[in-house]
Design a protein around this ligand. Structure first.
Ligand code: GDP
Ligand code: MN
Length: 378
């Protein structure tokens, strides 16, 4: 789950990271009132869950409350990378001397968190990694020891930060790491962390991604989920306990089990097709769950065929078949469907589906080939 900039910065502040004064607004009037309260120059920032808002014109400086109000009107009417802006953050503007990048994420290969710093802040770190990899500095953190002071000092020296800022930088790095660990985050990032003209360090931007599997331990953080911002189908799927991730191919997949779903996607690709989604209906899925899953798959306009790959263990094939039939009654579709059902009650499942117009397959390879062929024919 991604958090907005204003939410991430609030969490960072709780761990001692200095952030600019400011508040979030949903209307131009509110934005003007906040600017008035703050006094002086402010920055009006679109709150959408994508990066590169600055380049897209979603971050603007205002010299007066009136200007803040009119910029808020403009920004609240914008779409950034397809996402409508529903909130703006109005912050005290900072006069920037230098922009730094500081972030923590998991290094899966090293099996521990890694803290990354670069003197090339303000631009996307992926871009820096591509063009100037030597400008990225990393320290790997032992989860039992936490971030050690010498590691933070090493980063400060690597990015050639002036000595007078080292103490504050170490506090910020340690606060960021604490925020990351305490929230069960997979990413906590400050980009840019700035040195201001009057020699203060300030987190101007914040980004956090939380591990969905850890959210049950943080009801307060779970409440921060912005339902307006997420892919509606993914929210719907979560409600029914389905794991669904939308991809950009044209073959809808319904599979029981995450590993089998991954294998199914691989086999589709192996035969030259492209999956439209990852979908795990889980073990022992009921007919109702299957019906919801099929509706979710078919709502994606890119889907040109659906492949069901069900390996019946705890999941019963006849129950899945009933779900497919129930869903087909509710949704009107002429998308070709290919089914591979094996395992518990497969005979009963096949009998039920015989009535529906579906293509049956005996193996996963057979199913993938038939699905791709069906799309070509249609
Ligand atoms: P992003 O583009 O989505 O990453 O949004 P950021 O919050 O990082 O803002 C992008 C850029 O806008 C920053 O790198 C800064 O250069 C600039 N910016 C953001 N806030 C301020 C501010 O208060 N004052 C000034 N002068 N520039 C700012
Ligand atoms: Mn940024």
């Amino acid at each position: 789950m991604k958090l907005h900039e204003y939410q991430s910065k609030q969490i960072f502040a709780e761990y001692g990271v200095p952030i600019p004064k400011g508040r979030v607004a949903t209307t131009a009037d509110e934005a003007r009132a906040i600017a008035e309260e703050l006094g002086g120059r402010v920055v009006v920032k679109s709150q959408v869950l994508v990066g590169g808002r600055g380049k897209a014109g979603g971050i603007r400086l205002a010299d007066s409350p009136e200007e803040a109000g009119s910029l808020a009107t403009e920004i609240l009417g914008m779409q950034i990378k397809g996402l409508p802006v529903r909130k703006v953050l109005v912050d005290e503007a900072a006069s920037i001397a230098t922009e730094i990048y500081l972030g923590v994420t998991n290094d899966r290969a090293a099996r521990c968190p890694v803290m990354i710093a670069s003197a090339e802040g303000g631009v996307e770190i992926e871009e820096v990694a591509r063009t100037d990899p030597e400008k990225i500095h990393r320290v790997w953190i032992d989860p039992l020891l936490g971030l050690r002071e010498y590691q933070a000092r090493y980063l400060a020296s690597s990015i050639e930060l002036a000595r007078e800022h080292w103490r504050t930088f170490i506090q910020i790095a340690s606060g960021l790491y604490q925020a990351y660990v305490s929230s069960d985050a997979t990413l906590a990032e400050i980009n840019p962390l700035v040195v201001t003209e009057d020699d203060r360090l300030l987190a101007l931007d914040g980004k956090m991604v939380l591990d969905d599997n850890g959210l049950f331990r943080h009801p307060d953080l779970a409440e921060m989920r912005d339902l307006d911002e997420e892919e509606p189908a993914e929210g719907e799927a979560r409600k029914y306990g389905l794991s669904y991730v939308r991809l950009d191919g044209n073959i809808g997949c319904m599979v029981n089990g995450a590993g089998l779903a991954m294998a199914t996607m691989d086999v589709i690709k192996f035969f030259g097709g492209a999956p439209a989604n990852f979908l795990d209906i889980g073990g022992g899925a009921t007919a109702e769950k299957v019906a919801v899953a099929l509706e979710i798959i078919l709502k994606d306009a890119h889907v040109e065929a659906v492949l069901f790959n069900i390996f019946g263990g705890i999941t019963r094939c006849d129950e899945v078949a009933r779900g497919i039939l129930a869903a087909l009654e509710q949704v009107d579709t002429n998308v070709p469907m290919v089914v591979r059902l094996v395992g518990t009650n497969e005979e009963a499942g096949r009998r039920l589906l015989a009535k529906a117009e579906m293509i049956t397959a005996t193996s996963l390879a057979d199913a993938a080939k038939k699905t791709i062929a069906a799309i070509k024919e249609a």
